[in-house]
Design a protein around this ligand. Sequence first.
Ligand code: GLN
Length: 488
Amino acid sequence: MPHKKSITELSAGLAAGEYSSVELTEHYLKRIEKHNDLNCYITVDQEGALQQASQADALIASGEAGALTGVPMAHKDIFMTEGLATTCGSRMLENFVAPYDATVVTKIKQAGMVTLGKANMDEFAMGSSNENSYFGRVLNPWNTATVPGGSSGGSAAAVAAGLAPIATATDTGGSIRQPAALCGLTGMKPTYGRVSRWGMVAFASSLDQAGPMAQSAEDCALLLNAMSGFDEKDSTCMDRPVDDYSATLNDSLKGLRIGLPREYFSEDLDPAMRKVVDDALKVYEGLGAQLIEIDLPNTHLSIPVYYIVAPAECSSNLSRFDGVRYGHRCDDPKDLNDLYSRSRGEGFGAEVTRRIMIGTYALSSGYYDAYYLKAQQLRRLIKEGFERAFEQVDVIMGPTSPDVAFPIGAKADNPVDMYLSDIYTISANLAGLPAMSIPVEQVNQLPAGLQLIGNYWSESRLLNIAHQFQQSTAWHSQKPAGFFEGES
Ligand code: GLN
């Protein structure tokens, strides 16, 4: 059953000739069809995938294969994929076929991976439940009455259900870590500037960052090796050497200083979630780490600051979708105003419209100083709070999300409740720090996540810290019932 295997194992199986990349790809394509009801994919590229797989087989046969050659994967539908629909989960881009590949896509192709298709997502990456996709909600394979998290819910549900061994995702305020937590996966948002944003549809440019969504830290390291690096096409991408993220996974954690922010462990934290986080921290103590209480005094400001900065940037980024240069165009417009307002009104869903309105308001003259400028000042304070904390500790830990997967519809009519899903994740984006989520003991038979926030450019160390936990525990290898029994 190859769909149970990590990408490290799949790569070994390919090298040993247990299966070809074409056979492996066909296996995943069949599974995607069989579990179509989860709605993980917006586009499945059967033909392209098989073509890439046979090219990978030729490379493997010639002895020129790399660590990822011939291994299938899925891209969040926010990445440009040449010749393939790139919808960003929106009606606005329903018929858009990308004319070029995003840098992340190019790099992953160069590593020889096979693209199975494009994963479902909340429209323009706005959401925490994947209920905002124009292409329909995604079901969580752990319990199909619950949400997989968002916005990268399609990537998460696909990997959790074995419909892709690994996937790309993006994180503006938590969209890699929160769905990873809700689906029992390991996900990483790298330091802002580590991975190129070129060809990734922009939501909030100063916060967006791409990263891997995988079954383990070891797999995350392999995909991050392929995704990372300088790109002159993205002026915010850092020209700085990329570590070999697989090389230091086995380093010792003796003497590791773990910071526990009092603000993350307040009375508001659900006792059941607190217990599984505490149990995970005990594992770290057993590995030689030291727990240190710290303060991140501006934590409570992160959601209000984010909901000024992110909508402001999105209102600017999404202004290009006007029905003229880009995006859906309404039928028979009366005049130019009618063309703009109906094209945008029809193309964007309710949540995206809400964000554009908030952002436009916050940026308007007379309000700019009161909202946007103030938010930027507070953002600086949040960043400085982390800088002070990292003088005392090497990594910060806490829950990834306040709750496990919630029922479909439970927060759909209450945007503020939905926004609070990211209470622990958003500040890492505001500060530009790398952060991960790893599975810990379940709560009510549903996966829960531990968040690890590291200092700038500490991806190697974070992956090492995550991998050591996964060497001592088995939470990351648990699979949802109904997807892994039997042969196919
Ligand atoms: N849930 C947050 C939002 O709706 C974060 C989304 C993201 O990280 N892309 O904006």
